[in-house]
Ligand binder design. Structure first.
Ligand code: DLL
Length: 442
C-alpha cells in the first residue's frame, strides 16, 4: 500500500467483514427492521398489502419483496408519522434541506446517535483523520445533519474541533491561518469559496496547514476535486449521506479514492432503474434505494434517494469489504430534460473545468419563452481570462460552447460574467434555476 497517502487504518472491524458474513448479518438485521416497522402505520399497511412479514425475510435479497418509501410518503406523514419508537425515546431531531416549504424531519434515539458517530468516524479515519489532528468544521450546525453529524464523528476519533459552522468566510480564513488546523470539513463548493477569499487576502496553500479535507453534501466532479486540491494544497475525500437515512456516514472514500465504501452492515443499498425499479447490472448507473438495517427511531424501507450512481463490489486495496458507490452524478429530480436531451448539472461542470479560462462558478438558467426550451449557462471567468477584447471573449465562448456540446450534445446560450459576480454559497451551491412551467418531471 505504498502509494496510499497515509497509513491505512481501519476504525471498526465490521468494515472488513467477509462478504458472506456481511450478507448473513444484513438478512438478520433486515428481519429485525421489518419487525420494528410494524409500529409505523404506513408500513403496517404496506406490508399487509404485500402479504410480507418479518418471517418471510431469509436472505438479504428478500428486500425486493418490501415496499418502497418516497419523500412524498414522508411529507404526507409530516411531521413525525414514521416514528417507530415512542416520542419519549427520542434524543435529537434534524431536518432535511427542503428547498421549498417545510423540511422533512428525522429523529434519533440515543442508540441511533451512537451508531451515527461511529459511521462518521469510519470514513473520517479511512480518509486519514487521526487523534492528533485539528479539524475545522464549516458545515451548518442546526437542523442540517452536516454539522452535528461530523462533529460527533470527529469527537469520537478524539481529534480536536473548531466548530466554525458555515458562513462568515473571512473568519473561516482567519481560523485556518491562525489556528492551523490540518483538516477541513464542509461542502466542496464552500471550500472553493474559502480558498477564493483566502487568495483575495493574500494567503495561499503555504500560509495554511491544511493537509486534507472531507467534502460531501452536494454533487461535485473529479475535476472540481483537482481544482480545490490545487487551491488549498490538500487531498480531498468524498463522503455521502442523506438526512432521511441518517445524515453523513452512509458511505465515504478510503485512501484509494476509488469510490465510497458503503457501511453495508447498517444500510442495504440497491441500484435500480428509476423507471422500471428493476436492478441495473453492476457498474451501471441507477437510482440508489436504501433500507436502514439498524435505525431505531425512524427505520426506512427501500427509500428512493433519487441519487444516481453506480455500485462496484470488487475488492478494494484498503481491505474494507463494503461495496463502493461511484460519485453521485446527479439526482433524478435535478436532471434537466432540454429539448428531449437529458442533462445533469455535473456534465456542465465537467465541461467548464476542461476550459482554462472558465471557473466552476456557474448557474444554469432554463426557460421556455415559446414552444422551445432555452438554456443559458452563466459562467464566471478567471480574472486573467476576462478581457475587453471582443475577439478573445468570442474565442473563449466558442471553446466553452464546444466543450458543453461534446459532453451533453446540447447547444446552450452562454453568458460569460466577470470574476466574483455569481453568488457564493456557504453550504450547498445553487446550480439551476428552472423557470419553465410544467417542466418535464417537475
Ligand atoms: O447533505 C447529508 C450530508 C451532510 C452528507 C454532510 C455529507 C456531508 P441532505 O441535506 O438530506 O443531507 O441532502 C442529501 O445531498 O440525497 C445527495 O443528493 C446530496 N449529497 C450528499 N452527499 C453527496 C456527495 C446531507 N458526496 C442529498 N456527492 C443527497 C453528491 C451528495 N451528492
Amino acid at each position: 500500500m505504498t502509494d496510499f497517502p497515509f497509513e491505512n487504518r481501519i476504525w471498526d472491524p465490521a468494515e472488513t467483514l467477509a462478504r458472506d458474513e456481511l450478507r448473513a448479518l444484513q438478512a438478520e438485521r433486515l428481519r429485525e427492521t421489518v419487525a420494528r416497522v410494524a409500529h409505523v402505520p404506513f408500513y403496517r399497511r404496506a406490508l399487509a398489502e404485500r402479504g410480507v412479514g418479518a418471517d418471510d425475510i431469509r436472505i438479504a435479497d428478500d428486500v425486493r419483496r418490501l415496499p418502497f418509501t418516497t419523500k412524498e410518503d414522508l411529507r404526507q406523514h409530516y411531521p413525525l408519522g414514521f416514528l417507530a419508537v415512542p416520542r419519549e425515546e427520542l434524543v435529537r431531531l434534524h431536518g432535511s434541506s427542503g428547498t421549498t416549504g417545510k423540511p422533512t424531519f428525522v429523529a434519533y434515539t440515543a442508540e441511533d446517535l451512537e451508531c451515527w458517530a461511529n459511521l462518521c468516524a469510519r470514513f473520517l479515519v479511512a480518509g486519514g483523520l487521526r487523534r492528533e489532528h485539528m479539524v475545522q468544521i464549516a458545515f451548518g450546525y442546526g437542523l442540517f445533519t452536516g454539522g452535528f453529524g461530523l462533529h460527533q464523528g470527529v469527537e469520537l476519533v478524539g481529534a480536536s474541533i473548531i466548530p466554525a459552522a458555515s458562513g462568515n468566510t473571512p473568519r473561516q480564513v482567519m481560523l485556518l491561518v491562525d489556528l492551523r488546523p490540518e483538516v477541513l470539513i464542509c461542502t466542496p463548493s464552500y471550500a472553493l469559496n474559502i480558498a477564493e477569499v483566502a487568495r483575495a487576502k493574500g494567503y495561499g496553500p503555504d500560509d495554511i496547514a491544511l493537509q486534507f479535507a472531507h467534502f460531501g453534501g452536494e454533487m461535485w466532479t473529479e475535476d472540481m476535486r483537482h481544482e480545490i486540491e490545487r487551491a488549498l494544497g490538500i487531498q480531498a475525500f468524498n463522503n455521502y449521506g442523506l438526512s432521511e437515512i441518517i445524515g453523513p456516514g452512509v458511505s465515504g472514500e478510503c485512501a484509494a479514492r476509488g469510490g465510497m465504501h458503503i457501511s453495508e452492515d447498517h444500510f442495504l443499498v440497491e441500484c435500480l432503474d428509476p423507471d422500471t425499479l428493476e436492478p441495473v447490472p453492476e457498474g451501471e448507473q441507477g437510482e440508489l434505494v436504501i433500507t436502514t438495517l439498524t435505525k431505531q427511531a425512524m427505520p426506512l424501507l427501500r427509500y428512493r434517494t433519487r441519487d444516481i450512481a453506480a455500485l462496484d463490489s470488487a475488492p478494494c486495496r484498503c481491505g474494507r469489504t463494503g461495496t463502493r458507490m461511484s460519485r453521485v452524478v446527479g439526482r433524478t429530480d435535478d436532471m434537466l430534460i432540454i429539448r428531449g436531451v437529458n442533462v445533469f448539472p455535473s456534465q456542465i461542470e465537467e465541461a467548464l473545468l476542461r476550459v482554462d479560462g472558465a471557473t466552476p462558478h456557474y448557474l444554469i438558467e432554463v426557460d421556455r419563452p415559446g414552444a422551445m426550451d432555452e438554456v443559458k449557462v452563466k459562467v464566471e471567468l478567471r480574472p486573467e481570462a476576462f478581457s475587453d477584447r471582443m475577439d478573445e471573449m468570442q474565442r473563449l465562448r466558442d471553446r466553452i460552447g464546444r466543450e458543453i456540446f461534446t459532453v451533453t450534445g446540447l447547444r446552450v446560450g452562454l453568458e460569460l460574467v466577470e470574476p466574483q459576480t455569481l453568488e457564493r454559497s456557504a453550504g450547498k451551491a445553487l446550480r439551476v434555476i428552472d423557470r419553465r412551467q410544467n417542466r418535464p418531471g417537475g
